[in-house]
Write a protein that binds this ligand. Structure first.
Ligand code: PAF
Length: 290
């Protein structure tokens, strides 16, 4: 006779219940890896979960569509909320805990006049220049989630490279006892980075979308071949995207460690871009070691 072991992800919607589970883990000497998400999970998120499972005895995922990181004209209200299918995917991936708080649980005093974490330089460049308030919203929620979950390790995707850079800095500057791991971007076969926002693309736009990654890769190849006129490379990247039909926000070559403008000959660079295509705002990046 065979026994079937059903493994199901345990759901928590209150901070108290999650904290009780966390305390039990600690008492049992088990480590915890954390993957914060806004749900609408795809293979990119599952790659984060798989990485998390390699880093700790247990994995907790959070799903919380954070109102603070959306601008007034952005897609907060319409952001896809797909809890049922997300749960099934997390179950299949062997996730132990799922934390699904509501807005009052995370922001009990409301969403205005909050304690904020500010990084004036980093939050005002690249995506931050196009999305005022976005990164202070991200840091607000990630700091709160870190305090609630108390993970040993937290895992983020490299696709959101500026977010990852700022979270690393917050953790280092504010001495959070948490390791931050970045996981390589998962792509479709044609190179398009997986993103919940790809579903806003029409079939015709979907054909054009891989040009974003192709343009980044072509620029990376030029950098590897010794090109050092960064402004010229940025202008040419912008031109290529516009020709393909994008409305690019930026196409920028930066120091991969801190996103500052690189001096000629900087050895670890990153090429980052954000561009609108129809109703979708897509971002992507390629790291280049020269
Ligand atoms: O990358 C995301 O999905 C979000 O910005 C995060 C880190 C879950 C914070 O809301």
């Amino acid at each position: 006779m065979s026994t079937v072991t059903e493994r199901s992800v345990q759901l928590f919607d209150s901070i108290e219940s999650l904290r009780t589970a966390r305390a039990k883990l600690r008492a049992a000497g088990k480590s915890l890896a954390f993957v914060p998400t806004m749900g609408n999970l795809h293979a990119g998120h599952i790659a984060l979960v798989k990485h998390a499972a390699e880093r700790a005895s247990c994995v907790v995922v959070s799903i919380f569509v954070n109102p603070l990181q959306f601008g007034p004209l952005e897609d907060f209200a319409n952001y896809p909320r797909t809890l049922e299918s997300d749960c099934a995917k997390l179950d299949a991936a062997g996730v132990d805990y799922l934390f699904v708080p509501d807005v009052p649980a995370i922001y009990p005093a409301g969403t205005t006049r909050l304690t904020e974490i500010s990084m004036p330089e980093l939050e005002s460049i690249l995506c931050g220049a196009e999305r005022p308030g976005h990164f202070s919203g991200v840091l607000a929620v990630v700091a709160r989630l870190f305090h609630i979950v108390e993970p040993d390790v937290a895992v983020f995707g490299e696709k959101d490279y500026q977010q990852l850079t700022m979270i690393r800095k917050m953790v280092s500057d504010l001495a959070f006892p948490i390791e931050i791991d970045g996981v390589e971007t998962v792509r479709e076969e044609d190179g398009l980075a997986l993103s919940s926002r790809n579903q806003y693309l029409t079939p015709a736009e979907r054909q054009i979308a891989p040009t974003l990654h192709k343009t980044l890769k072509a620029t990376a190849a030029k950098l590897r071949a010794g090109a050092v006129d960064y402004p010229a490379l940025e202008r040419s990247g912008l031109r290529e995207l516009m020709t393909a039909g994008f409305r690019p926000g930026y196409f920028s070559i930066r120091n991969a460690d801190d996103l500052s403008r690189p001096a000629k000959g900087t050895s670890k660079l990153i090429v980052l871009t954000a561009a609108r295509l129809g109703n979708a705002r897509l971002i992507d990046n390629v790291v280049v070691s020269t």
